[in-house]
Design a protein around this ligand. Structure first.
Ligand code: HEC
Length: 168
């Protein structure tokens, strides 16, 4: 083996080790960033507040369209959006350690959310089921049934807020 070959082989090995180190660093930093993203309370609070704003927007769309005996596509679109967000796994955004702090604003989640997670999940599931039924009805033409189910969905908002939200 010539000296030139030996040197280039050595350089290759060094390059190889350098890129392995870079890769390990990149992987390490990557998982660190992920771990932080998963636990940053501010982000969870922002997401859940945003989700509830989209929920409120679509409940309002439904209220207006149903009262006006309006366009079926508008009612379907709003009901489908409501059902999708209701079933998006909202309770997962209320991890321990997110009971206090600021998202878009100071959280209004009550202590009960974190003290009684099983009931909070059950309440959220009931909301998702109720919104799913509304979406199914909205695909049909029975306006009386749609109106009735809309009233039931709106009640699930209030009953959860009464127990799990502190607004004053
Ligand atoms: C399973 C319980 C639950 C259900 C069901 C529920 N909410 Fe809420 N809602 C909450 C909690 C808890 C908060 C506080 C979130 C925070 O600030 O961290 C909240 C916050 C909100 C907010 C304020 C968001 C912000 O920007 O601060 C609005 C608006 C809202 N909900 C509307 C609704 C409407 C409309 C419905 C029904 C269609 C509904 N919610 C159903 C528990 C619920």
């Amino acid at each position: 083996m010539s000296r030139h070959d030996a040197r280039s082989q050595f350089r290759n090995r060094v390059d190889w080790r350098a890129s392995l180190t870079a890769l390990a660093l990149a992987l390490g930093l990557g998982s660190l960033v992920l771990a932080q993203a998963a636990t940053r309370p501010e982000q969870s609070i922002k997401w859940r507040q945003s989700a509830f704003q989209v929920i409120a927007w679509n409940l309002q769309r439904l209220k207006v369209a149903i009262a006006a005996d309006g366009d079926a596509h508008e009612i379907q679109a709003a009901a489908n959006t409501l059902a999708a967000v209701a079933a998006s796994g909202l309770p997962d955004l209320f991890a321990p350690g997110t009971g206090h702090g600021k998202g878009w604003r100071e959280t209004t989640a009550g202590e009960a959310v974190f003290a009684d997670t099983a009931r909070f999940r059950a309440q959220s599931d009931e909301f998702a089921r109720s919104a799913a039924l509304l979406a199914r009805l909205a695909a049909g033409t029975d306006r009386a049934a749609i109106k009735d189910q809309f009233g039931k969905v709106a009640k699930t908002c209030k009953s959860c807020h009464d127990k799990f939200r502190e607004t004053e």
